[in-house]
Design a protein around this ligand. Structure first.
Ligand code: GLN
Length: 283
């Protein structure tokens, strides 16, 4: 059978399982080691039985074992780069690319050209920290996570992209010692514990990276309550959060940073997804 015929058969199989057709090419690239272009060059060639077997084994996990494509192929695209991922880290989400983009805009508005210190708390795969360090070389970035296993993945990505991020393991603000930052960012776990979550997510992604207490606000509370000591005089704090948490974020900000200027930013789906706080002269 030719590659072409094989691919169209597998596309149909994916569709009949209500799965993404696009996974077929990604998995085929993964098992052959070919890039998309060289795969297309081979469309009229015969596919070997060995490749068919290798493909079917992993395709079966995709179709019938409910495993995310990103963990099967071992990477996920974020801000134009392929980040290594496995089941020790959250799969980076589109919304988080927007968080990074908004931080980069505000760096230009408030700090342009200055060398600044940035902290990414609960870094997971390292996608936020590493992207910031690569997109803005004036940022010296420190990233933390409670999970050693997650940090191992983040370190792989840091080396792969030569991003120069420094990692420290520990719970929330504890590993930061007396470090102070100009920009502090976090996309902490924020799904309320009792919320029904798609089994593809809940059964595969680390639950420690998903759930944020009964109301999903647990980690913002912990972070904001101690954050003052870790911010320089003029600082920006940037959070990603649940789409229905704008008001609760405002309440927390009023409590810990009264009278500070802050804004909630919508994601591309029009949902309230990020909150930024501006401190000191950035008011
Ligand atoms: N900061 C990482 C990300 O945005 C991990 C977030 C998390 O584990 N909740 O992908």
């Amino acid at each position: 059978m030719t590659f072409q015929k094989f691919i169209s058969q597998k596309n149909e199989e994916a569709m009949s399982h209500d799965k993404e057709e696009s996974a077929v090419i990604l998995l085929l690239e993964h098992v052959t080691g070919f890039e998309t272009n060289s795969l297309y060059m081979k469309m009229n060639e015969e596919i070997s039985e060995e490749l068919v077997n290798k493909f079917n084994e992993i395709f079966d996990r995709y179709l019938n074992n409910n495993e995310p494509i990103q963990y099967l192929i071992g990477y996920s695209s974020f801000y134009g780069r392929d980040f290594t991922v496995n089941s020790d880290v959250l799969i980076p989400r589109f919304e988080t690319e927007e968080l990074v983009e908004n931080i980069l805009y505000r760096y230009d508005d408030y700090f342009k050209g200055q060398k600044i210190d940035v902290c990414d708390l609960a870094t997971g795969s390292g996608c936020i920290a590493i992207t910031l360090a690569l997109e803005e070389p004036n940022m010296t970035v420190v990233a933390t996570d409670i999970s050693k296993d997650a940090l191992n993945v983040a370190k792989i990505n840091n080396e792969k992209f030569n991003a120069g991020v420094k990692f420290i393991q520990g719970d929330m603000l504890k590993p930061l010692g007396n470090r102070k930052f100009d920009i502090f960012v976090s996309n902490p776990p924020y799904i309320p514990d009792s919320e029904l979550v798609d089994s593809l997510v809940k059964d595969n992604e680390p639950n420690i990276a998903l759930f944020g207490g009964s109301d999903g606000m647990k980690f913002y509370n912990i972070i904001l309550s101690g954050l003052k000591n870790h911010l320089k005089k003029n600082a920006i704090v940037a959070f990603e959060h649940g789409f229905d948490k704008k008001e609760e974020m405002e309440k927390l900000i009023e409590k810990y940073f009264p009278n500070s200027r802050h804004e909630c930013i919508k994601d591309l789906e029009g949902k309230d997804r990020m909150t930024f706080i501006y401190l000191g002269d950035l008011k």
